[in-house]
Write a protein that binds this ligand. Structure first.
Ligand code: COA
Length: 369
């Protein structure tokens, strides 16, 4: 059949838009060659060691870390917003009955309406993501949702609402800080495209949730645990990995579009697991994870000497979130609970740009007769 496809692909971006800079941003920088993630001028390692999730929200939204008084005001505002979100649970219909946590979160968040005050809306949707994701965890386990405690920090309250306890809240705090923002990833781009049309914040966040659900983006950490379960013992890791690759399957938690070295967030989260290990949690899991990581990296290096495929954020996310007590089905919703902060920052930045994102495509279908 005659098509209109031109002979060359010149001028057509690679199918995954690799290397295309789609925006100027002051929010974060991902340096894939050096393995660095800088969020508004701060290395992610430093933030994970020192900052709370509230600090990172303000860093992302205002471009600087807060002073003590401002942090406290924001902590209280986010706590009050969690209480307001909880009061909405009854109006969510069957949203929280969904089997998949991301389906539940997408449906629940879409019940919100942006009120028009940008900052208020950002606080509301950030709070609601945590309350709705936690409520889904409870409903799924056959319990009633727990009332938020506005006096607690966001990470500790989310963990308590989701699991009934908050013994390892420090580990979850490190995770929420580390996962809050990561450049022009697929869900952030999706949210920015929606924002660029002049649509509202809630619609942009719903688009972000939809994109994050996929296993090539945020849906991998639960699958990493499935992989560790299937391997079972550190001694089996190398054989299991070989079999998996021979069958043409991908190893979850490995490879990244941008990083050509180990994802710096993997190191941060591995450290957070080590801190829990010192409290007697996750010892066997960490041993298995490390053996699997080594086997996977060795096997991938042998198969793809031209393309470094190293550990990504999802690998130790799985180990950490399991160690803090979250069920694996809640891992991707918990990613959304963190990333909503970054989406909000990008939506606000995109609005300031004020330009519709509308690329074109080269037609390669049949010619009209
Ligand atoms: N396991 C096995 N092989 C992998 C791999 C993985 N995790 N990641 C990439 N590869 C291989 C591909 O099979 C492909 O090989 P080929 O050229 O022989 O076909 C090559 O590496 C390039 O892969 P490609 O899909 O083009 O890279 P990408 O930049 O589009 O993909 C990911 C990036 C993250 C989607 C990819 O690495 C992946 O699927 N990882 C597993 C899922 C995951 O952990 N997601 C969380 C991301 S933070």
């Amino acid at each position: 059949m005659k098509t209109l496809e031109r002979e060359t692909t010149e001028g057509v971006a690679a199918s995954g838009l690799e290397g295309i800079e789609a925006a100027r941003t002051a929010i974060s920088d991902v340096d894939g060659d050096r393995g660095r993630l800088t969020i508004a001028g701060h290395d992610v390692e430093d933030l994970a060691a020192l900052a709370s999730f509230e600090d990172v929200c303000l860093l992302l939204w205002d471009g600087r870390l807060p002073a003590d008084a401002q942090r406290e005001r924001f902590r209280q505002a986010l706590g009050r917003a969690r209480v307001r979100a909880y009061e909405r649970l009854e109006g969510l219909g069957s949203s929280l009955q969904a089997t998949d946590g991301m389906d539940a979160l997408r449906a629940a968040v879409s019940h919100l309406a942006a009120e028009g005050d940008e900052r208020e809306d950002m606080v509301s949707v950030t709070a609601a993501a945590a309350v709705f994701a936690a409520a889904w965890c409870r409903v799924r386990a056959g319990h009633s949702p727990l009332v938020p405690d506005p006096e607690r920090g966001h990470a500790a309250d989310y963990l308590r609402m989701a699991t009934g306890g908050a013994d390892h809240a420090k580990g979850l705090e490190a995770y929420l800080v580390t996962a809050a923002e990561h450049g022009m990833n697929a869900s952030t781009f999706a949210a920015r495209v929606v924002a660029s049309t002049g649509s509202d914040l809630v619609s942009a966040i719903v688009a972000g949730i939809g994109a994050l659900k996929g296993p090539l983006h945020g849906g991998a950490p639960g699958l990493v645990l499935d992989m560790l379960d299937a391997i079972g013992e550190p001694e089996r890791a190398a054989d299991w990995v070989e079999e998996e690759l021979r069958a043409g399957r991908r190893l979850m938690g490995m490879g990244h579009r941008i990083y050509r070295v180990r994802d710096p967030r993997a190191a941060v989260l591995e450290k957070a697991v080590e801190a829990l290990e010192r409290e007697g949690v996750a010892r066997a899991r960490l041993r298995l994870a490390r053996a699997t990581e080594k086997a996977a990296q060795d096997a991938l290096a042998a198969r793809h000497p031209e393309r470094p495929l190293r550990t990504n954020v999802e690998f130790y996310t799985a180990v950490l979130l399991e160690a803090v007590g979250l069920p694996r089905e809640a891992f991707t919703p918990t990613f959304a609970v963190a990333r909503v902060a970054g989406w909000c920052a990008h939506v606000a930045e995109q609005r300031r740009v004020g330009k519709l994102i509308r690329p074109s495509a080269r037609y390669v279908g049949p010619a009209s007769s």
